[in-house]
Design a binder for this molecule. Structure first.
Ligand code: KG4
Ligand code: ZN
Length: 331
């Protein structure tokens, strides 16, 4: 079965094509340059841009896969969570395409897509843990089998990538701030600045990053002469340590030793080293699959091919993964 998957949940227009676990194409039109001057994603601009490029991105994916539209067996799209106007573009495009081809339409939860991204690059079978750390999400899932995901914990406030972006902004760096902050951090002393470890000693599997960001902001106001590279390195150390600490405890509690790390923060080299140091068997899908993309939606859709198309599935900006599974079981 060949599935075309679309993701327009935030600021990337992603169209991918997968045949089983094989990714045949994965085209992404990035809007980073459009939003950079605003310091963050502007929802209305994101929707308009998705609308103007989606046709071309679908054509590019088909050309890469050397396929005609008539060879597509099903069309899938993210229906939530995400920016509602952005979601609507990909979702309605996918429904219209599927309808016109007389093929099934499959709605996919964005985080289920991230979890399935590991399929495109490795023969990793459940059980495993999946840490999703991006600009919009920071969640840890226990995947006992495909289609069965338990959210062990998520962030109480900012996502990890969002914290990188906000602290980068405080340091006068560009957007998105993660890569710039990480390269500044390489030149600094990671013990140079004392910062609070989020949720220290509280147990559980939640994350929190907004207090850390506020601590950086207060420090910079009080001591503007502070060495920025040391501050970046110390901030990065605390974020990474806090992510790894939660995953290590979850691994001990579940007995799962394989960990898939998805989302843009997976690009962080310190995080990658941290998993090795913690002796966890971490798997990092290639970045083209780890960040938002359409191929992960096509991969996830393969597990839903038996389900009926749900043409009435609407865009849902707020959508916990467990709740979406309950509703799809009853639909
Ligand atoms: O998954 P992603 O591409 O999409 C969104 O959630 O929008 O993740 C982007 C996030 C941004 O917040 C970016 O700053 C962060 O991933 N990021 C990084 C690094 N590269 C990207 N954070 C830390 N270190 C990096 N090297
Ligand atoms: Zn995402």
């Amino acid at each position: 079965m060949i599935v075309l998957g679309i993701d327009t949940s935030c600021d990337d227009t992603g169209v991918g094509i997968a045949q089983g676990n094989k990714v045949l194409a994965n085209s992404v039109a990035s809007q980073t340059a459009i939003h950079a001057s605003w310091g963050g994603v502007v929802p209305e601009k994101a929707s308009r841009e998705h609308l103007s490029v989606i046709d071309a991105v679908v054509d590019e994916a088909l050309a890469t896969a050397k396929l005609e539209l008539s060879q597509i067996d099903a069309v899938a799209a993210t229906y939530g969570p995400g920016l509602v106007g952005a979601l609507l573009v990909g979702l309605n495009y996918a429904k219209a395409l599927a309808w016109s081809l007389g093929k099934p339409f499959i709605g996919v939860h964005h985080l289920e897509g991230h979890i399935a991204s590991s399929l495109g690059a490795a023969q990793l079978e459940p059980p495993f843990l999946c840490l999703i750390a991006s600009g919009g999400h920071t969640s840890l899932f226990a995947v006992s089998r495909w289609g069965k995901y338990e959210e062990l914990g998520k962030t109480r406030d900012d996502a990890a990538g969002e914290a990188f972006d906000k602290v980068a902004r405080l340091l006068g760096l560009g957007f998105p701030g993660g890569p710039e902050l990480a390269s500044l951090a390489e030149t600094g002393d990671d013990q140079g600045v004392s910062l609070p470890m989020p949720l220290r000693g509280q147990g559980g599997y939640e994350f929190s990053f907004s207090g850390l960001k506020t601590a950086v902001s207060v420090l910079l106001q009080k001591q503007p002469e502070l060495n920025k590279a040391d501050l970046a390195a110390s901030f990065e150390r605390v974020v990474v340590d806090s992510l790894i600490d939660v995953v290590v405890r979850a691994s001990a509690a579940t007995g799962y030793t394989d960990v898939v790390v998805a989302g843009g923060v997976a690009a962080n080299q310190r995080l990658r080293r941290g998993f090795i140091d913690a002796k966890l068997n971490a798997f990092f899908p290639p970045l083209s699959l780890a960040t938002d993309n359409g191929a992960m939606i096509a991969l996830a859709a393969h597990y839903k091919l038996g389900q009926n198309s749900n043409w009435l599935r609407d865009a849902q900006p707020y959508l916990p993964l467990d709740a979406s599974l309950r509703s799809s079981a009853s639909s």
